[in-house]
Design a protein around this ligand. Structure first.
Ligand code: 6PG
Length: 470
């Protein structure tokens, strides 16, 4: 039987769980681990090398629980959904009311809300962890949710394992009660989808519109990564475009099937945004584009019927325009994402700390970028103001919007789809128009359903003279 001296435990030694466990051990915290399949635990321990003395491998749940110091803290890194409920149920009889379970998977925040308010007979935290395997191993970004006192109990471990921003701040922050941490992680993933989609769109314009090959795309992204677009996703996109397929010797990009996978976190964000009536069209366009990408057969039939698109752009736009368009698109996308977080904060009474969220995303996570520093500053000045109205970002938008317009327009005229960039632009144009067009919608609603409308002059007359037309 293992000694009860592990500071923390971790269940689920898949890629992320194993990396997180090694990170925790490396920071000096003795950790007990358990996996449903014992051979996985054995190979994990065998590969732990110099970190093995800090790791207690266990072969049963009882052995695992008794290896932990009391009150216990147990990280779950198992697939989101039923597996989490099953694991909690299996642990319940073995734990006390002050023992703490931390769900570190990509849970739907509604599930985390449910688990937080259920009478589990133990403490529960929901924690979003971003950064993929590399992040989990050497410094992820951590978004926590649940009771503040429970977070405080383990925050010394979380801040030790988290990524550190350039100013030294650990990227591990308590976001609020219940599902707040998993909610912020979902929005992170929605933005991740959107950033990835916008990069894919400018890549498409380079490839199909400007006739650039993969190495030229790689060089362009690498150059951008030294400027305002400096970010993990631009950096790895340069890497993806530069890679060579070991089988054919062709560019890797040219042999990868154009059908995007998804586990659904971006989709959850789009769905939740609809519930909150919070417009996030860039994220929605990104989810839509992934769904369309999977319909290979239908797309092929479309091309057969309507002819091949796109056509080459005839000098209408440049690579510089694409960089400027990306900058504008990114600002618009993040403005929408933070506004959605604001809407959720109010709807769920969470008091989500917007500037801290921008800060916690500066390092470790997939959407880390140099622009988040300025966003954290702008949100720190006034978290209630839409980012597009913060002087630094409104100035940048004024500079970059003409290029975004050129790119979206050239795409539309030449059959190059830019749904996320286009969605950002349309949202911007709606957001900067005092007199919109919903007066027509109100007229229609009143015409067919007597739903009434407000008048510009404020006069007390709320139905139209539709008469015999009604
Ligand atoms: C992260 C990622 C991570 C994972 C997603 C990818 O922040 O580390 O978001 O959570 O890569 O599951 O999501 P899709 O499979 O939906 O693209």
């Amino acid at each position: 039987m293992a000694m009860s001296h592990a500071e923390i435990g971790l269940i689920g030694l898949g890629t992320m769980g194993a990396a997180l466990a090694l990170n925790i051990a490396e920071k000096g915290f003795p950790i007990a681990v358990w996996n449903r399949t014992t051979s996985v635990t054995d190979s994990f321990f065998d590969a732990a090398g110099a970190l093995a003395p800090k790791i207690i491998p266990t072969r049963s749940l009882t052995e695992f629980v008794s290896a932990l110091k009391s009150p216990r803290a147990i990280i779950l890194m198992v697939p989101a959904g039923q597996a989490v409920d099953d694991q909690i149920a299996a642990l319940q009889p073995l734990l006390n009311s002050d023992d703490l379970i931390i769900d570190a998977g990509n849970a739907n925040f509604h599930d985390t809300n449910r688990r937080s308010s259920a009478a589990l007979g133990l403490r529960f935290l929901g924690m979003g962890v971003s950064g993929g395997e590399e992040g989990a191993r050497h410094g992820p970004s951590i978004m926590g949710g649940g009771a503040r006192a429970d977070w405080d109990r383990i925050s010394h471990i979380l801040t030790a394992i988290a990524a550190k921003a350039d100013d030294g701040m650990p990227c591990a922050t308590w976001m609020g009660e219940a599902g707040a941490g998993h909610f912020v992680k979902a929005v992170h993933n929605g933005i991740e989808y959107a950033d990835m989609q916008m990069i894919a769109e400018v890549y498409g314009v380079m490839r199909d519109g400007l006739g650039m090959d993969a190495p030229a795309v790689a060089t362009t992204f690498a150059t951008w990564n030294a400027g305002p677009l400096k970010s993990y996703l631009i950096e790895i996109s340069a890497g993806v475009a530069a890679a060579i397929d070991p089988i054919t010797g062709a560019a890797m990009l040219d042999v990868i099937l154009d059908a995007a996978g998804q586990k659904g976190t971006g989709r959850w964000t789009a769905i939740e945004a609809q519930h909150l009536a919070a417009p996030v069209p860039v994220i929605e366009a990104a989810v839509m584009a992934r769904n369309v990408s999977a319909r290979l057969g239908e797309r092929a039939k479309g091309e057969d019927r309507f002819g091949p698109a796109p056509m080459r752009l005839s000098g209408e736009i440049t690579v510089d325009d694409l960089e400027q368009a990306m900058i504008a698109g990114k600002i618009l996308c993040y403005a929408q994402g933070f506004a959605m977080i604001s809407a959720a904060s109010e709807a769920f009474k969470w008091a989500l700390p917007l500037p801290e969220i921008a800060k916690v995303w500066r390092a470790g996570c997939i959407i880390r970028s140099s622009m988040l520093d300025a966003m954290a500053r702008a949100l720190g000045e006034d978290a209630g103001r839409n980012l597009i109205l913060a002087p630094e970002f409104s100035d940048r938008l004024e500079e970059t919007l003409p290029a975004l317009r050129r790119v979206v327009a050239a795409g539309a005229l030449n059959g190059l789809a830019c749904p996320a960039l286009g969605a950002g632009l349309s949202w911007f144009d709606l957001m900067r128009t005092r007199r919109g067009t919903a007066n027509m919608i109100q007229g229609q609603r009143d015409f067919f359903g007597a739903h009434g409308f407000d008048r510009l002059d404020g006069a007390d007359h709320h139905h139209g003279p539709w008469g015999s037309h009604a």
